[in-house]
Design a protein around this ligand. Structure first.
Ligand code: 0L1
Ligand code: MG
Length: 265
């Protein structure tokens, strides 16, 4: 990917995003200062952030596809999906209490996650390739946290902010893909006992495996591949729902069980 920002600007913007993520404060979208910043610049900032976290001892456990459903694109006013990386420090167990004091604008999404048993390499990766390389799928709740003030951003800024990645919870009932008709799997998101969102996995690019293939093809543009043993979230099936301390969220998936988490201070 060809960047338009020079190395100094990429480092400076990476430090800005890192500060906002690690100290939980909101910042203006990056394009306010660099209006002609491109997606390639956004991914260069994200890559720098990944390198820094790995140098600090975080372990890369996988990737996420974001903005993959029409509901999410409409909610956020963007027209194409994005990818971000996931580390061990973002992972939380099922039934845990997730702290919100270290987050800016937490929102939850219900997603189908893939665990791979073979490496996947783009360009040209297809949904069929992804299904072939998948060990199993499982339900996940993603807690996204845009660091941009008032949720005002564009795709370039979101990509630099690692696709708003913050926390994730995998769980429920892992299943082999050949036992399921993935696009028809229904998901219901409950907050404090009330259904707040519902949808079917087909909302994610017609098939969640297509979102994973898209992710592999973006990785290829960055000169990277998806190693075997990766945990990959395919994107929110519904719009994201804001959470605050005291909230209890359950994501119920047809065939895949459910995941429950609580939010604390
Ligand atoms: O996981 C995602 O769909 C990425 C969302 C990025 C934008 C947002 O913060 O809502
Ligand atoms: Mg997501």
């Amino acid at each position: 990917m060809k960047t338009t920002l020079n190395r100094e600007a990429i480092i400076r913007l990476c430090e800005r995003v890192e500060g906002a993520q690690t100290r939980a404060y909101a910042i203006p979208k990056l394009t306010d200062e660099y209006p002609s910043m491109t997606m390639a610049d956004g991914y260069a900032i994200q890559t720098e952030l990944r390198k820094r976290f790995i140098e600090q001892g975080h372990k890369l456990v996988g990737w996420k596809a974001g903005l993959t459903s029409r509901a999410k694109m409409k909610q956020m006013g963007v027209d194409q999906p994005s990818i971000g990386f996931l580390t061990d420090k973002m992972s939380r167990p099922e039934n845990s209490v997730i702290s919100t004091s270290d987050l800016v604008h937490p929102r939850v999404e219900c997603e189908i996650a893939f665990v791979t048993r073979e490496r996947l390499v783009g360009p040209g990766c297809t949904a069929e390739d992804v299904l072939q390389a998948t060990d199993y799928v499982l339900p996940a709740i993603e807690v996204i946290d845009s660091r941009f003030s008032g949720f005002k951003f564009d795709l370039e800024s979101v990509v630099a902010d690692n696709g708003s990645s913050a926390r994730f919870v995998g769980g429920g009932r892992p299943r082999y893909v050949d036992e399921l008709d993935l696009p028809t799997i229904g998901a219901v998101l409950e907050k404090n006992g009330e259904i707040v969102e519902m949808g079917a996995a087909a909302a994610v690019m017609d098939h969640p495996a297509a979102a994973v293939a898209m992710l592999v093809n973006i990785l290829a543009e960055m000169g990277e591949e998806l190693p075997a043993g990766s945990f990959v979230m395919s994107g929110g099936i519904t719009a994201a729902v804001a959470v605050s301390p005291g909230d209890h969220v359950i994501a119920r998936f047809q065939e895949l069980g459910s995941i429950s988490v609580r939010f604390g201070e």
